[in-house]
Design a protein around this ligand. Structure first.
Ligand SMILES: C[S@@+](CC[C@H](N)C(=O)[O-])C[C@H]1O[C@@H](n2cnc3c(N)ncnc32)[C@H](O)[C@@H]1O
Length: 222
């Protein structure tokens, strides 16, 4: 039977991504990172509980805790190698090993903030709606979701550089949350970045977009 993209990530690609990117990952992100810039511009609270889904070693969570020490962070990540390195580098972070598409792998609590950075584009298409539902269930009313991923004006599936049977799915992942009419987008910034170029014919190949959504269960209805 064919291995799904999800199984590949859990068995091998999560560890492989960590090994390829290890040096850059073992330090907290800086104030110049899109996620910190977005949090500052949209006046997010200075304290609360956050979960970083597919958070790798924890560099995003560690950067947030450095600039806003009131935040407590949990990282959910399928790569054991990334988690073991993260526990050494960032001992204040709680780590859960697992997939955001599996409810049983997720903490049984609600958070003030969920971050999903460069992860949606890897999610197996057959599990995408589960990922969206699981993220919504993790967020308290009045809480926020920060999504960072590739920007593209039209949905695109690029063959993955390191495995020809895998795809990087580029599309606007804030849309399904906004379609529920229980999220208000309070920040969105698309820009060219120094991300590795894969398709020189695509003018937006190295663009990323960061969106911040506020969960509002009542205020959006008349
Ligand atoms: C490109 S890396 C991004 C890491 C980190 N979020 C960042 O922005 O630096 C993608 C991460 O998503 C994780 N990942 C892939 N599939 C996942 C899933 N189903 N559930 C949770 N994490 C997943 C990978 O193991 C990897 O750490």
């Amino acid at each position: 039977m064919k291995t799904t993209q999800e199984e590949k990530f859990i068995v091998k690609e999560g560890d492989a991504w960590f090994e390829r990117n290890k040096p850059g990952q073992l330090k907290p992100i800086t104030k110049e990172h899109n996620i910190i810039k977005g949090m500052i511009s949209s006046n997010l609270p200075n304290a609360g509980s956050l979960i970083d889904l597919g958070g790798g070693v924890g560099s995003v969570a560690a950067g947030i805790m450095k600039f806003f020490p009131g935040w407590e962070a949990t990282v959910l990540e399928p790569s054991r190698k990334a988690i073991n390195a993260g526990k050494n580098a960032f001992p204040k972070i709680n780590y859960n090993c697992g997939s955001l598409t599996k409810e049983a792998d997720l903490p049984n609590k609600e958070f003030d903030l969920a971050i999903i950075s460069m992860v949606f584009s890897w999610i197996d298409r057959s599990l995408l709606s589960r990922a969206i539902s699981n993220i919504d269930n993790l967020i308290k009313p009045g809480g926020h979701i920060i999504i960072q991923d590739f920007y593209t004006p039209i949905p695109k599936a690029n063959k993955y550089h390191y495995d020809e049977e895998m795809y990087t799915y580029k599309q606007d992942y804030s849309l399904p949350f906004k379609a529920l009419n229980i999220y208000t987008e309070i920040y969105s910034k698309a820009e060219e970045t120094d991300h590795t170029q894969f398709d020189e014919n695509d003018l937006y190949d190295t663009w990323l977009v960061t969106s911040i959504l506020l969960k509002d269960l009542k205020g959006r209805y008349t």
